[in-house]
Design a protein around this ligand. Structure first.
Ligand SMILES: [Mn+2]
Length: 341
């Protein structure tokens, strides 16, 4: 973790911050708890420095994570406010990308950010950062979450404890990305949690909001998928396909199938689990694996994606990778057998 914050990169960041008044903080497509926590925590801190900060997301965050978005932090989503989002990036004097390894992870926002002739800073924890597109890079996969990267960075910048509201959103982001301390946890992660609880962050309240505040349909959807739609291959793979029909039937909102892909890993013989979710021209692919099997390699080889060693994602294009949506299971079985052979 220490190499993340070398003296000269920290002071280079201080200089960039002194020179900028308007700052855009970009999060990735389909923002999750870590994307929201890390961008919101950073934005709150920058606001306290007197900056004019806006968070930008390619699409609207799921409603059950609304509590992470602090009321004093303005944000724009490209799906509902494309021209305002574009204008905001155009006017920014400094751009942050947080919790993503490249601007391509911000879909339509990416080209505007890439073209902007202002300094750009990357804060991330995914593999293969696109370092060439940034003036400063703070990125390591040896850290639990982007929220944790932001936590240690802000502590290094301010040299003191963070206010509880900033600590709370960072704790929320870290908790969701580690699946409540189940994966990608390092000694520094427990240190962060311990410091934040000591500083007054209400972890119990956060856990209620993150894990026990869903609509009834989520619980029924998860039950249905595991009972009816879970396929297990003898090679040690499990997969589920959430078709448009299922998404409509259960009225699934963004974020409501969160965590489903992890569940088949509870089976001893399953080394890797894949969840496909149908969109208009492609399936969104989520992959989780146990130690020793690489979700990242599978995402890269077969699904135009990447991520972390044991948690990755990508896309399966209808019309390119497969001709029709109905062919998704056959494609999955073919590549999973090849990958796990
Ligand atoms: Mn993350």
């Amino acid at each position: 973790m220490m190499e993340l914050f070398q003296e000269h990169t920290l002071s280079a960041l201080q200089t960039l911050l002194q020179q900028a008044r308007k700052i855009a903080v970009l999060g990735h497509t389909h923002p999750d708890g870590d994307a929201l926590g890390s961008t919101t925590g950073l934005a709150l801190y920058l606001q306290r420095m007197g900056k004019d900060v806006t968070c930008l997301y390619p699409d609207t965050p799921p409603e059950h994570l609304d509590f992470i978005q602090h009321p004093s932090v303005p944000f724009l989503c490209y799906d509902t406010a494309p021209s305002a989002a574009q204008k905001c990036i155009g006017e920014a004097e400094l751009i942050f990308l947080v919790d993503a390894n490249a601007f391509s992870r911000t879909d339509a926002l990416g080209p505007f950010a890439q073209e902007a002739r202002v300094p750009k800073v990357l804060l991330d924890h995914h593999l293969n950062p696109d370092s060439g597109s940034f003036d400063l890079v703070f990125s390591t996969p040896e850290i639990s979450s982007a929220s944790e990267v932001v936590y240690w960075l802000l502590k290094a910048l301010s040299q003191e404890d963070l206010p509880v509201d900033i600590g709370s959103v960072l704790m929320a982001g870290m908790t969701t990305d580690t699946n409540n301390f189940a994966n990608s946890v390092f000694p520094s992660t427990f240190r962060m949690a311990s410091e934040l609880i000591a500083a007054g962050v209400d972890r119990d309240a956060l856990l209620q909001k993150i894990y026990n505040s869903y609509r009834e349909n989520r619980v029924r959807l998860l039950g249905y998928m595991q009972y009816r739609e879970l396929h297990i291959l003898p090679e040690g793979a499990a997969y589920m396909v959430m078709t448009k029909d299922i998404l409509h039937r259960f009225d699934v909102h963004e974020g409501e199938s969160e965590g489903l892909v992890n569940m088949p890993l509870a089976i001893g013989s399953v080394r890797m689990s894949i969840l496909l979710k149908e969109e208009d021209s492609y399936f969104r692919v989520s992959i989780r694996s146990k130690k020793g099997t690489s979700a990242q390699n599978c995402a890269q080889q077969y699904f135009h994606g990447g991520g972390h060693e044991n948690a990755a994602g990508g896309k399966l294009f209808i019309g390119a990778d497969i001709a029709r949506p109905e062919e998704a299971p056959a494609y999955l079985e073919r590549v999973l057998k090849a990958f796990l052979a």
